[in-house]
Design a protein around this ligand. Structure first.
Ligand code: NAD
Length: 302
């Protein structure tokens, strides 16, 4: 049983209405009274229009929310919104006991665990529910959502999360969702880097990239990258898969800190993290993750 005396989902707050949040909120239309907040008021106004929500002009206006969802760029920003800053109080001061905060951003697991500890002191609950599926999944309500929190908190949040995702899986205790999200993206980043190198070698040897793709994709070297990223953004050289290189780097950085904290020795993950950091440093601002492949091709003289 939950330690919290939950109220019905009467009012839901949503903070962060960018690429992901601005789409996710549309799937909550009609589900509850919605309050939306973003530091960019134009984004909050747009979200209010799209989801029949009320745009509020400060976090303090979220006081009556039973659940507040966060979809913010980074852990430091999540921490400031939750704990407050010199300029403004955070949600832990604003919300009432019995309410819940759901961090759907890709955040650092240790920060999540600390935020959950602080929330508990105030009689609130805090869970992590990061997502995979990008803007398309956000728009269609078909995100994969990985949740960290107690079974009771997970069950409390599940109906809301199921409005935004089709695969809603409890990963474990609080912080687990953020851990598995970062590790999954480290894996994806490493596979993209490895596939890019191997394809550059094949092309240098004289293989036709289209033919090589057809063969690898039907063989044991196949992956999400060869199935989706290659045909959409790499073979046509549009370099616009829709996931920013900077966001991939953020997730790789979170995963590397996690690896360090566990003491597990890694060779491949370290090399991959280095490639991604160098790739980001050399990329134009806002570059897509497929920029790494472009750089590898260029360095190979292709
Ligand atoms: P984004 O930068 O497009 O949106 C973030 C929004 O937060 C912006 O509208 C910004 O104005 C707002 N914001 C920033 N600081 C704020 C504050 N203090 N208070 C209120 N609002 C604030 O980012 P995004 O692409 O929507 O990503 C959000 C999160 O989801 C990130 O953690 C990202 O890693 C994760 N994610 C993104 C994708 C993707 O494909 N874009 C996929 C999976 C996960």
């Amino acid at each position: 049983m939950s330690q919290h005396n939950y109220k019905k989902h009467a009012t839901i707050g949503f903070v962060g209405l960018g690429t992901m949040g601005g789409r996710m909120i549309r799937n909550l239309r009609g589900y509850a009274d919605l309050l939306v907040y973003d530091v960019d008021p134009a984004r909050a106004r747009q979200a209010a229009q799209d989801a029949s929500a009320t745009a509020v002009s400060s976090l303090a206006d979220m006081a009556k929310a039973d659940i507040v969802v966060l979809m913010l760029p980074s852990s430091p920003i999540v921490d400031a919104v939750v704990r407050g800053s010199d300029q403004a109080p955070g949600l832990l001061k604003i919300l009432t006991p019995g309410s819940m905060i759901i961090d759907m951003s890709s955040s650092t697991p240790t920060h999540t665990i600390e935020n959950a500890r602080l929330a508990k002191l105030g009689g609130m609950s805090y869970i992590d529910a990061p997502v995979s599926g990008g803007p398309t999944g956000a728009e269609s309500g078909k995100l994969a959502i990985m949740v960290g929190g107690s079974v009771a908190d997970f069950e409390h949040a599940r109906p809301l999360l199921e409005r935004m995702g089709t695969s809603v899986i409890r990963a474990g205790e609080v912080g687990s969702g953020h851990a598995v999200k970062a590790l999954n993206n480290l894996l994806a980043a490493t596979i993209l880097a490895a596939t890019s190198e191997v394809f550059a070698v094949g092309e240098k040897f004289g293989l036709d990239p289209q033919v090589m793709h057809k063969i690898v994709n039907a063989s044991s070297g196949s992956s999400f990258m060869t199935q989706h990223t290659w045909p959409k953004a790499i073979l046509p050289k549009s370099w616009d898969f829709g996931f920013a290189m900077q966001l991939m780097n953020k997730d790789v950085g979170i995963a590397m800190a996690l690896i360090e904290s566990t003491g597990v020795q890694t060779i491949l993950s370290k090399a991959s993290a280095e490639m991604w950091a160098q790739g980001l440093a050399a990329a134009r601002p806002g570059a897509d993750m497929t920029e790494l492949t472009k750089q590898i091709q260029r360095d190979a003289g292709l």
